[in-house]
Ligand binder design. Structure first.
Ligand code: ARG
Ligand code: ZN
Length: 494
């Protein structure tokens, strides 16, 4: 009672205080600071509150000889609240200057947070342009699970450049790759680094002559400068989560073409890996067409792959339109897996890192489907093999795939562990067993279509699956998706 009375009193008091401040600042709207993180359950500081990015224009000049990057990032965003300041995520590197709406802005840095205070507060709904000049030697990050991400220098891949000798003066580590799952993109560009904020991109990479520079989307232009440097302008017209951005620099061998239905592809292969990877890569166009049939239209205007020199990364990553692999690329399933992510993960992106199984469960299930459609074991056999620990069907069948429920990894170090992949795929197979093939494939295609270029959570998926199939799938969720312990063998499918 007392409290209520107090708050009723407080309203006019605050209002008059506001009126006073407004008078003092000549009518500017008062903003407040945007949040420094989006409270992701696993990475609470990832991303920032108060705005959403529409577009990133990144101009990155990289010198492989000394590992120095110089960047200009122009970020166009929309304020979701009145903002007196806002944050960007950036790790390492030196910020040389920031403007907002063309006017110099104050900024400071703590940890991986770059706080920008515009000269004038931003209004709710305002579209504003922030330009950040920065540079230095970008660094790799080591994730909680021990894997590397961020900006990683690479060997030149052997075999010399594609028709050009490696530039004189280049040392043995003659290239680099920028990747960012889950949080490494902040090591090479400032941004709102959380998958819930997707944006379009223009990434221009300027590198010494003799190097190729590859990024997401379509190559708009390749311009030789008078200074012996070449600028590669890459354009991504479809929205992209920042963890899927990539930049690859090195003496790559490039091949281009079109899939049978007309999607342009661009493959860049480290020269030393070309021979061993050619056969696998040759199947990419056919895989895109297969995906069109199974999952619905390929969600992007371009496709492709990058094969890095052996040992560059300990894993492959589904970077948008151009997944990256460490050479030699000999696994067809791996190409298929990263391609399937273009629908599941890249077009339909997780709302938080807790939803990772929606990426990996689908991409793994896609591998099982590809095998099923190409004379390999059926998905049912894969499913049974995991239950039986039969490694003759899948070498991961005796792994710890049942260690935790896929919808709730115990911590950030386990978001890429086996249950997220294999038990995630088994969740999908359990749905298929319950609803039958026709409804199951309608569900898969519907999911990709209805959330195309958006974000979705586990709760969105379970609700959608029930609605789309008309089946009560509560038991599947309780046991396979959220349940602790090893699920028992379900009854044989009808
Ligand atoms: N998303 C990648 C893929 O399965 C794997 C990334 C692994 N990252 C890691 N930190 N373990 O296609
Ligand atoms: Zn994956």
């Amino acid at each position: 009672m007392e409290l209520r009375a107090l708050s009723r009193l407080a309203v006019p008091a605050v209002a008059s205080l506001l009126a006073l401040t407004t008078a003092c600042t000549g009518g500017t709207v008062q903003g407040r600071p945007g949040a420094s993180g989006l409270r992701d359950p696993y990475f609470p500081k990832a991303g920032n509150g108060g705005y959403q990015v529409d577009h990133y224009a990144l101009d990155l000049d990289y010198d492989p000889a000394d590992g120095e990057l110089h960047g200009t990032a122009v970020i166009t965003a929309r304020a979701e609240q009145g903002l007196s300041s806002f944050n960007l995520d950036l790790s390492g590197l030196k910020v040389e200057g920031v403007t907002v709406q063309g006017v110099g802005a104050r900024y400071n840095r703590t940890g991986n947070e770059l706080t920008v205070r515009p000269a004038e507060d931003l209004k709710k709904g305002e579209v504003f342009r922030t330009e950040i000049e920065y540079g230095g030697k970008p660094k790799a990050l080591t994730d909680a699970d021990g894997s590397k991400e961020g900006w990683i220098t690479t060997e030149d891949g052997g075999g010399g450049a594609a028709g050009v000798d490696a530039p004189a003066g280049a040392d043995a580590r003659a290239g680099a790759v920028g990747v960012g799952e889950p949080v490494g993109s902040m090591t090479w560009f400032p941004g709102n680094h959380h998958p819930s904020d997707k944006a379009t991109y223009d990434i221009t990479l300027t590198v010494p002559r003799g190097y190729e520079a590859v990024s997401n989307g379509e190559l708009r232009s390749r311009t030789e400068g008078p200074d012996g440097r070449t600028a590669f302008a890459w354009h991504s017209p479809e929205p992209m989560a920042s963890y899927l951005a990539t930049a690859v620099v090195g003496p790559y061998k490039v091949t281009t073409g079109r899939t049978p239905s007309g999607t342009a592809f661009y493959n860049a292969v480290a020269p030393g890996e070309a021979a061993a990877s050619a056969g696998t890569l040759a199947r990419l166009p056919e895989m895109v067409e297969w995906g069109n049939g199974r999952f619905g239209p390929y969600p992007f205007s371009t496709a492709g792959a990058v094969v890095l020199p052996a040992g560059s990364l300990g894993y492959a990553l589904e970077t948008q339109t151009k997944p990256v692999f460490s050479g030699p690329l000999e696994s067809e399933e791996l190409v298929l897996h990263e391609l399937a992510h273009q629908w599941f993960g890249n077009s339909v992106s997780p709302k938080s890192w807790k939803d990772m199984w929606l990426n990996e469960g689908f991409a793994t299930y896609a591998e099982w489907l590809w095998a099923e459609d190409h004379g390999g074991p059926t998905a049912q056999r894969h499913f049974e093999a995991f239950l039986a620990g039969d490694t003759s069907v899948d070498e991961e069948a005796d792994s710890d795939w049942d260690a935790f429920p896929p919808a709730s990894p115990p911590g950030p170090d386990q978001i890429s562990d086996q249950p997220v992949y294999y038990r995630g795929a088994m969740v999908l197979h359990r749905i298929r067993q319950e609803v039958g093939d026709e409804k199951f494939f309608a569900l898969v295609r519907g999911w990709a279509a209805d959330h195309r270029h958006g974000n979705a959570s586990t709760a969105d998926f379970t609700a959608y699956a029930q609605e789309k199939t008309g089946h009560d799938l509560k038991k599947v969720w309780d046991v396979w998706l959220y349940g602790e312990g090893r699920p028992k063998q379900p009854a044989a499918p009808k």
